[in-house]
Design a protein around this ligand. Sequence first.
Ligand SMILES: NC(=O)c1ccc[n+]([C@@H]2O[C@H](COP(=O)([O-])OP(=O)(O)OC[C@H]3O[C@@H](n4cnc5c(N)ncnc54)[C@H](O)[C@@H]3O)[C@@H](O)[C@H]2O)c1
Length: 268
Amino acid sequence: MGRVEGKVAFITGGARGQGRSHAVRLAKEGADIIVVDLADHIPNIAYPSATEEDLAETVRQVEALDRRIIATKADVRDRGALKAAIDDGVAQLGKLDIVVANAGICVVEDWENTSVDVWDQTIGTNLTGVWNTVQLTSRHLIDNGGGSIIMTSSAAGIKGLPFLSAYVAAKHGVVGLMRAYATELAEYSVRVNTIHPTGVNTPMGEMGNAFGPLLEAHPTVGGMLANLLPIQATEPLDQSNAVLFLASDESRFITSLEMTVDAGNTQY
Ligand SMILES: NC(=O)c1ccc[n+]([C@@H]2O[C@H](COP(=O)([O-])OP(=O)(O)OC[C@H]3O[C@@H](n4cnc5c(N)ncnc54)[C@H](O)[C@@H]3O)[C@@H](O)[C@H]2O)c1
């Protein structure tokens, strides 16, 4: 018996990286999956964008586990497209138990060079996109008699990591959203928690190189990026194991928790 046997999970940003890892981890433990991803070019980011082939690979990996998966290309900022993907997935798979609001982008810029475009894009995807995801899925969880929402924040949702002002603002905003939803949805047995990764070995993780010149110019803040445990970055599976725990009934009385999976990064 899998740890989420018979449950249905909706995951945003599932084409690759942590989102794909969450889909595969949950499927391995018996869940069917609904996944969305932009799977298209993203302006301003300093790492490659995900593709339709990436999304197809997630489908292949979940199906190889003999689980069902409904995958749709959709932008979490586009409420119409997102709602259609959610409602269609729930109609096909019958219900919804788990929501993982994971899609995100990251642009490294100092405070002065953060453009209006990057601000709007980051808040739009990493905060409004999470709100869209949870607002449009919560009724399905309530109709199902309860469920678990996991929002992906960051170490940058707990402390003010340097050269990420829009990202830090959005990821702190996600914590506020988590607390508000945890309060309002508790009476329906819907639990709401955040995970807070330190660096993760994904394509987004490559943007770590963009810190180099800024840290050379501002060396006093460099220590904030270091982990206590002796590693550079976690693996997607480390984050997925936390998501699996929060998604499963093993955490049935855990709500409104900021779960750090950060190798001690936020201790500094
Ligand atoms: N990689 C890290 O070091 C790190 C650290 C802390 C937190 N995070 C967070 O973890 C989450 C997953 O990131 P990742 O490391 O897997 O990165 P990633 O870039 O590999 O994957 C992110 C996915 O989100 C998708 N996406 C982006 N914008 C979207 C939109 N508007 N609509 C739908 N899909 C969209 C991308 O296409 C991509 O497939 C993000 O929220 C990120 O902020 C990452």
